[in-house]
Write a protein that binds this ligand. Structure first.
Ligand SMILES: Cc1cc2nc3c(=O)[nH]c(=O)nc-3n(C[C@H](O)[C@H](O)[C@H](O)COP(=O)(O)OP(=O)(O)OC[C@H]3O[C@@H](n4cnc5c(N)ncnc54)[C@H](O)[C@@H]3O)c2cc1C
Length: 453
């Protein structure tokens, strides 16, 4: 029997109990909707600490939550009364520039990875907000400013070190434990704790990027679709239904008014830089535009100030191959009613390089989608919960008849609509069988949970 004293002695990292100083800070996750009180928080310092924590939880029948960056909107990185394995100290990044291999700890933030890889002129395709955890983002798929040009995060993953539910340390890749490697690329945190990821980095020292805001008009959506379909893959473009920020390049009359935005990120050579602003602006009547050449990490900090830890979040996911007229009408109705400056509907373009990977090659669902929506309500006060949550639900319901059956698991709410069975489709049975092999008792279940077969 492993008791707390044994566990404490086995650790190099920190063990925090409810009565300890720092407990309140250590228990916080990014989304303030989740105010949980675990019995124990282990801030693991290395793989051995993760093994000790997993063994302790399993032997003592404790509920386990694994936390990477703590950004999960449904709050999977924490639990009440159980053991939280916080990977935040596993934030090493080691770059092999000759082979372009980037080893990154399971608790890295995207900003941490960008910082380290940029020194070598390399980039690992991640997301759009620097404080997001690499762990949860990658295990779900990982889409962001380089998806069209370089693929999803998982498409650039070449190996991982995983601590499984029985405390084994497994190295998986295409050649070693290929089934586990398949499952962790899109199957979420179901199969173990990833202590280290290995990616192939891309040579992207700088990008030409920035937002263009348009007057809300259905034609902008149609033109955005055409722009993405016709542009080279180096053009990554996120369509946003949001409020115009009170930024210097936006006329005051438009501040906090509903707009449609295109957040572009050109990762190709700089010989296109001059033409890009006009190319994007041609989608509609421009309210304001700011595009410039910047170091790649900067494009992942645009939202950082707007989205600190401690706001309230409720998100839903939707995906589609195109924008039929019914979807465009839904966007015009609900996309122009975004309740706050922080929230919005952010639609990632996931064709291009993402479509070069075979649907069956990874667990990631619905690879053929071209547009992946994060319907994101984000607000400050609990009294505004109902209004914000309802906005997302109404918007989601209006889009549903025009959407694909599946969507991106990292943007999903943990509620009645998260139907993983139809989301993963034919892959679901294989995922359930692999879950039974690697985690038969469902120790890792604070995630988009796949029950063991
Ligand atoms: C503000 C914001 C912006 C976002 N932007 C993007 C974006 O641009 N692109 C995108 O693809 N997604 C984005 N997301 C969604 C994001 O991918 C998910 O929220 C993801 O779960 C965050 O991972 P995390 O490690 O920070 O979360 P956590 O809450 O720590 O963990 C989430 C899940 O992953 C598991 N997990 C985390 N790390 C590990 C690990 N090392 N080993 C095993 N399991 C692990 C956890 O157990 C949990 O189930 C965003 C989310 C937010 C809140």
């Amino acid at each position: 029997m492993s008791n707390i004293t044994d566990l404490q002695q086995a650790l190099r990292g920190r063990l925090i109990q409810q009565s300890d100083a720092g407990f309140d800070e250590a228990r916080q996750v990014y989304n303030a909707m989740h105010d949980k009180r675990p019995a124990l928080i282990i801030q693991a310092a290395d793989t051995a600490d993760v093994v000790a924590s997993v063994n302790h939880a399993r032997i003592n029948g404790l509920d386990v939550a694994v936390r990477g960056g703590g950004h999960s909107v449904p709050g999977y990185g924490t639990c009440d009364g159980g053991l939280v394995i916080d990977l935040g100290l596993l934030n090493h990044v080691v770059v092999d520039p000759e082979n372009r291999i980037v080893q990154a700890g399971g608790g890295c933030t995207l900003g941490g990875v960008d910082h380290a890889t940029h020194a070598y002129g390399l980039a690992v395709p991640g997301g759009t907000v620097s404080s997001t955890g690499l762990g949860g983002l990658t295990l779900g798929g990982g889409m962001g400013h380089l998806s069209r040009s370089c693929g999803l995060s998982i498409d650039n993953l070449v190996g991982a070190e995983v601590v499984t539910a029985n405390g084994d340390i497994v190295h998986c890749s295409e050649d070693n434990e290929p089934d586990l490697f398949w499952a962790i690329r899109g199957g979420g945190g179901n199969f173990g704790v990833v202590t280290s990821f290995a990616f192939v980095g891309h040579h992207v020292p700088s990008v030409f990027a920035g937002p263009t805001f348009f007057e809300p008009d259905a034609q902008v959506i149609r033109n955005y679709q055409r722009l993405v379909q016709e542009a080279p893959w180096e053009l990554n473009a996120i369509l946003a239904f949001a409020q115009a920020p009170p930024a210097p390049f936006v006329p005051e009359a438009w501040h906090l008014k509903p707009v449609i935005g295109i957040l572009s990120c050109w990762s190709g050579d700089d010989d296109q830089d001059e033409d890009l602003p006009d190319m994007v602006a041609s989608a509609g009547k421009v309210v304001g535009q700011a595009m410039w050449r910047m170091p790649y990490p900067q494009v992942n900090t645009f939202f950082d100030e707007l989205l600190p830890r401690g706001l309230r979040h409720y998100w839903k996911a939707s995906a589609a191959r195109e924008f039929p007229e019914g979807a465009i009408a839904a966007h015009m109705e609900y996309g122009t009613k975004v309740p706050t400056i922080e929230g919005g509907n952010f639609i990632f373009s996931t064709d291009g390089a993402c479509h070069q990977v075979d649907e069956q090659a990874t667990a990631f669902a619905n690879r053929s989608a071209c547009f992946s929506s994060a319907l994101s309500a984000i607000w400050h006060q609990p009294e505004d919960d109902q209004r914000n949550i309802q906005w997302v639900r109404d918007y989601y319901d209006a889009l549903a008849p025009h959407s694909d059956p599946g969507a991106y698991i990292n943007f999903m709410a943990d509620d009645e609509d998260m139907d993983l069975d139809s989301n993963f489709g034919a892959k679901y049975l294989k995922l359930r069988e692999l879950k039974a092999q690697y985690d038969p008792d469902n120790l890792f279940h604070h995630n988009q949970n796949i029950p063991p077969a």
